[in-house]
Write a new protein. Structure first.
Length: 212
């Protein structure tokens, strides 16, 4: 199966993608993680993407598509993939179709802007290993220090309140139309994103059963 995770930034797409990957035994492809790795390594595509990510704007389609095309060509994605963070525009969704990437289902997490702002302002990330924490749900055992590697845990620039509001505005304008795009194709399934992690996973699994 080739699955697309949809929803506003901070809705929990990455968490649910990881859980579904374990249950379905197919890998995830998170464009956000790929781009952040490219930034850390100082790669040209990473430096280009950073300018947009730091200001809360979407990374240009040609940059995203180039990265995704390279990854989808790998053997590990031959039997299926869960796309997390892409497509983010209708243009990107159309590009996927033109690339011959047949999407089996689009899973959308519904959640309000107010809930998103509260969630993201409490999110912290390890600069070294990328581990993610929530100050309200699963804070690091020692304040400011990663449980896994002991390095510093910080708030990302794109999680700061002013940037979150910009990201949400961009989402509603450019990304939300994808929901209608996949609904027209009959493969969209929506789930309440305010439920517990376990409840959301169960609802998503039930939704996938209707797509088989």
């Amino acid at each position: 199966m080739k699955i697309v995770m949809l929803g506003p930034p901070g809705a929990g797409k990455g968490t649910q993608a990881a859980l579904l990957a374990q249950r379905l035994d197919i890998p995830t492809l998170s464009t956000g993680n790929i781009l952040r790795a490219a930034i850390k390594e100082g790669l040209p595509v990473g430096l280009e993407a950073k300018k947009y990510m730091d200001s809360g704007k979407l990374v240009p389609d040609d940059v995203i598509i180039g990265v995704v095309r390279d990854y989808l060509a790998r053997e590990e994605f031959a039997s299926g993939v869960i796309l997390d963070g892409m497509p983010r525009t209708v243009n990107q969704a159309e590009m996927l179709e033109k690339m011959g990437v047949g999407i089996s289902g689009a899973l959308a997490l519904d959640i309000s802007d107010e809930e998103i702002e509260a969630r993201m302002s409490s999110r912290r990330v390890c600069l070294n290993c990328g581990a993610t924490y929530s100050l309200t749900v699963n804070p690091p055992k020692k304040e400011g220090v990663c449980d896994k590697c002991g390095e510093k845990v910080v708030i990302r620039d794109d999680d700061r309140p002013e940037t979150v509001r910009e990201r949400l505005a961009v989402y509603h304008e450019q990304t939300e139309p994808i929901i209608a795009f996949y609904a027209e194709r009959g493969i969209l399934r929506r789930v309440d994103g305010t439920l517990s992690v376990e409840e959301i996973t169960k609802k998503l699994e039930e939704a996938l059963e209707t797509l088989k």
